[in-house]
Design a protein around this ligand. Structure first.
Ligand code: PGA
Length: 251
């Protein structure tokens, strides 16, 4: 089943987050055509989770700290997020890599922490514009994947979801063309096959992310190696997010 994530990033307040969650409960709460998960700001996780409890819309956190506990001011650990109701976490989002200095090695530690504490991870990978224009896309994605997945077996990775998010398409209104996205997804899946085997790679869901909107979701979702979307801006409007989830359901 395709999976669509809504990454609310650092937007909204408690009231608007609760309203958005309540709207999504009405529009998607009993929708089973595609899996839907929202990632509210951690400050509102508990309240959003309560609004969506018992519905088919899952809730996750946008990031976790690699360690379970300790003197790491402002850190939110995987067990803390899980105890507040998260079942998913993003790992390695490009904004974490760019603004918070998350290296490939740090992303790997976070992926391990998520798996160890039972949070289902969406591992984000993606190249910058400069990397694409200089023909390094495949190498960059392989490096990000290999570092994150090093030492992990298919069994340990369980429900892992990948999100391919070209950095140049995030929040810019510029989407990768369905052909560009499909070609890159196919090469990512082929690389996963070589490391983790055919069965795992075929079952692996790879989301596309970067300016996914209601008007372009269907043609992206129609690509054979695109198994859902990770949505930023459009996930802040219940109508838009709902229409993207519905587009993902038809494929
Ligand atoms: P966007 O963000 O949809 O606003 O481009 C995507 C993302 O960061 O996951």
């Amino acid at each position: 089943m395709n999976i669509v994530g809504g990454n609310w990033k650092m937007n909204g307040d408690l009231a608007s987050s609760e309203t958005l969650a309540a709207e999504l409960r009405r529009s998607l709460g009993s929708h089973h055509g595609a899996e839907a998960v929202v990632f509210p700001p951690a400050a509102f996780l508990v309240q959003v989770q309560r609004k969506l409890a018992g519905s088919s819309v899952g809730v996750g956190v946008q990031d976790i700290h690699p360690y379970a506990k300790g003197a790491y001011t402002s850190g939110i650990s995987a067990p803390m997020a899980a105890s507040a109701g998260a079942t998913w976490t993003l790992v390695g989002h490009s904004e974490r890599r760019t603004w918070f200095g998350d290296s490939d090695a740090r992303v790997a530690e976070k992926l391990h922490a998520a798996l160890e504490h039972g949070l289902k991870p969406i591992l984000c990978i993606g190249e910058t514009l400069d990397e694409r224009q200089s023909g390094r896309t495949v190498d960059v994605l392989r490096r990000q994947l290999d570092t994150a997945l090093d030492g992990l077996t298919a069994a340990a990775l369980g429900d892992l979801v990948l999100a391919y998010e070209p950095v140049w398409a995030i929040g810019t209104g510029v989407t990768a063309s369905p052909q560009q996205a499909q070609e890159t997804h196919a090469s990512v899946r082929a690389h996963v096959t070589s490391g983790l085997g055919d069965a795992f790679a075929r079952a692996l869901r790879i989301q596309y992310g970067g300016s996914v909107k209601p008007h372009n979701a269907a043609e992206l979702m129609a690509c054979p190696d695109i198994d859902g979307a990770l949505v930023g801006g459009a996930s802040l409007k219940a109508l838009d997010f709902t229409s993207i989830v519905r587009a993902a359901s038809k494929q």
